[in-house]
Unconditional design. Structure first.
Length: 262
């Protein structure tokens, strides 16, 4: 009998991720059902990964996104996703849709294209979340945390509050922009994140959304759901879920939250 080789004969998904991050691929491979493969294109550009043209009729994709799209175009993908919460939040109204249009023109016909922002909105609607508690990593400053809450408020949601993760004594005195270069991205712990979300989640929140595809968290989604008795979503989880739904793959995914049952 042949051994499993992770060949994506049900779905082959391309994701654009931050060049220095290991979390997105690790979490996607942990969650991906059999016969679904994940392929990364790494992006070094600053957020957002596409800029509006002069009359805002469309966007110009960053060079690394263009390079990745050209490579993905030859890979017979079923879906592709901009796996970058920051780009969706900072891009402005219509940015997600404009990026989907630009990327769709570059990828093979029939490839479903999405963004992390669109994925999170679709997941919240499917889960019945209208008042999310938005959680962001420590390397996002308070201004960005407020912008993330505003992103969802502008799209028909009413965040019940937001939390910027407290990274602990070792990192607390560093500026947010210094944390990832100093190595925090590879020393993340899920236990304190679990404790902080459980303690801080407002009573009137009807769900939790953990933003940031580089934020390690899928290991605690189900535990938080059990404790909070509310759906708990994360950036990588919602993008995988949405890509599977867009491509018609209904393979079961267990252990990573109730979203995959919807």
């Amino acid at each position: 009998m042949a051994a499993n080789d992770n060949w994506g004969w049900k779905a082959r998904i391309g994701m654009f991720i931050v060049s220095s991050e290991a979390v997105p691929e690790a979490e996607w491979w942990a969650m991906a059902p059999p016969s679904v493969s994940v392929h990364a294109a790494r992006v070094t550009a600053r957020a957002p990964w596409a800029t509006w043209n002069a009359d805002r009729s469309g966007v110009e994709l960053a060079d690394d996104v263009v390079r990745g799209a050209r490579q993905f175009a030859a890979m017979r993908l079923t879906a592709a996703v901009i796996g970058h919460s920051s780009s969706s939040v900072l891009g402005g109204k219509g940015w997600d849709e404009a990026v989907v249009e630009s990327l769709s023109a570059m990828l093979a016909p029939g490839t479903a294209v999405t963004t992390n922002g669109l994925d999170s909105q679709a997941a919240m609607r499917a889960a019945g979340i209208r008042r999310p508690f938005v959680v962001v990593p420590a390397w996002f400053d308070e201004a960005f945390a407020a912008a993330a809450a505003g992103y969802y408020a502008d799209r028909g949601f009413a965040p019940a509050g937001h939390l910027r993760y407290d990274p602990g004594r070792k990192w607390r005195d560093m500026a947010p922009g210094e944390l990832y270069p100093a190595g925090m991205g590879f020393e993340q712990e899920v236990e304190p994140l679990y404790a902080q979300i459980r303690a801080a989640c407002p009573k009137d929140a009807d769900g939790v959304f953990i933003a940031g595809t580089g934020f390690r968290c899928v290991a605690i989604l189900e535990a938080l759901e059990q404790d909070l008795q509310r759906p708990v979503l994360s950036a990588n989880q919602v993008s995988l879920w949405h890509c599977l739904r867009l491509t018609g793959v209904r393979a079961p995914v267990t252990g990573y939250g109730s979203l995959f049952d919807l």
